[in-house]
Ligand binder design. Structure first.
Ligand SMILES: Cc1cc2nc3c(=O)[nH]c(=O)nc-3n(C[C@H](O)[C@H](O)[C@H](O)COP(=O)(O)OP(=O)(O)OC[C@H]3O[C@@H](n4cnc5c(N)ncnc54)[C@H](O)[C@@H]3O)c2cc1C
Length: 320
């Protein structure tokens, strides 16, 4: 099997990976981005982006397309809809195999595989995602001005985001599966004292209703099995987050939640391997934080490549 050499291989073409590609290719590094799905990552799931500085309002797809074109304009190669089937990261030359038949090599690999919000997995959820169902209050809260919404979950994220959503919404109903919350006492107290927030405990969403946009939900009371229907303008789901790092397990250092452990310069525990974006250990997952990570990882990688280049030159001179 022949292999094609690059200076840097980026795995993942979301905002973090595409930004890394822009910086690397602009610094004249031969760069390849490999992506499992459509380039753009979670951006392509985003109906409207209104919090990316310098762009008042755009669709996620448009922003992703601009980032992709920008990376390609600087010479970055992008391969979408491929599956990474083998990763050998330990040697000085990293080996990445795709689709079980093509290999690429580079001294540097940037992991930018992003993540996904945990879903309820019930009827209507996939179809109405972005059409009334959201997983991000910072991203979409503003679209629910004076509306009646539901927040699903009982941890810190759910309760804190429920409180923050009362800035916009007329009412927020928290639906939680247990009779108590997992959130801190402070977060629970804050939610309980907010006059816009009410609670439906020991209950879960059994189905989302609507065609072009969300119109209502079926709520199931878990102890009795009783199902009721309610009209609602929006539902925010905060039941956890899953980093896309399953294929990295055992290869790089991950924390208990499966997020990649990194240094402030976004180095992983393996020399020459960097990580950026939603897949790393961090608190805030936004487009701006992903592109910032992509920048830092690329600049750190360029520094690393310079050091490797200088060392090889010294070794070559010593061998003459
Ligand atoms: C519905 C929705 C709306 C949002 N709205 C906003 C908003 O308005 N404003 C905002 O700032 N943020 C918003 N976000 C969050 C934002 O989209 C993310 O924080 C951002 O996309 C993270 O970028 P990333 O590059 O780290 O990862 P991702 O965007 O997740 O991209 C990762 C890419 O890596 C690929 N990949 C994964 N595993 C592999 C593998 N093994 N091999 C190859 N490729 C792989 C994936 O297919 C994907 O394309 C929203 C998120 C969602 C889901």
């Amino acid at each position: 099997m022949s292999s094609t050499p690059f200076d840097a291989i980026v795995i993942g073409a979301g905002p973090a990976g595409l930004t890394a590609g822009i910086y690397l290719a602009r610094a004249k590094m031969r760069t390849l981005i490999l992506n499992e799905g459509t380039a753009g990552g979670q951006l392509v799931l985003t109906h409207e982006v209104a919090n990316y500085p310098g762009v008042e309002s755009t669709s996620g797809y448009q922003l992703a397309t601009t980032m992709k074109n920008q990376a390609q304009k600087f010479g970055c190669a992008i391969r979408s809809n491929v599956s990474v089937t083998r990763l050998d990261l330990h040697g000085e030359t990293k080996i990445v195999e795709v689709n079980g038949r093509e290999t690429f090599t580079a001294p540097v690999v940037i992991l930018a595989t992003g993540g996904r919000s945990r879903t309820l997995g019930v009827a209507g959820e996939a179809d109405l995602r972005g059409k009334g169902i959201s997983y991000c209050a910072t991203c979409d809260g503003d679209f629910f001005q004076d509306k009646n919404i539901i927040v699903v979950g009982g941890g810190n994220s759910a309760l804190e985001e429920a409180v923050s959503l009362t800035k916009y919404a007329a009412s927020v109903t928290i639906v939680h599966q247990f009779d108590h919350f997992q959130a801190s006492a402070h977060a629970v107290e804050e939610a309980k004292h907010n006059p816009k927030i009410s609670f439906i405990m020991e209950s879960t969403i059994a189905a989302f209703l609507g065609h072009d946009s969300l119109e209502g939900v079926k709520i199931k009371h878990i102890p009795t099995g009783e199902v009721t229907e309610a009209a609602i303008d929006g539902v925010f789901i905060f039941i956890g987050y899953v980093p896309n790092t399953e294929t990295l397990r055992g290869l790089v250092d991950l924390n208990e939640a499966g997020e990649i452990n990194v240094s402030p310069l976004l180095e992983t525990n393996i020399p020459g391997v960097f990580a950026a974006g939603d897949s790393i250990t961090k608190r805030y997952r936004q487009i701006t934080t992903a592109v910032a990570d992509g920048t830092v990882a690329a600049l750190s990688a360029i520094d690393y490549l310079r050091t490797v280049g200088e060392r090889r030159l010294v070794e070559e001179v010593a061998n003459i």
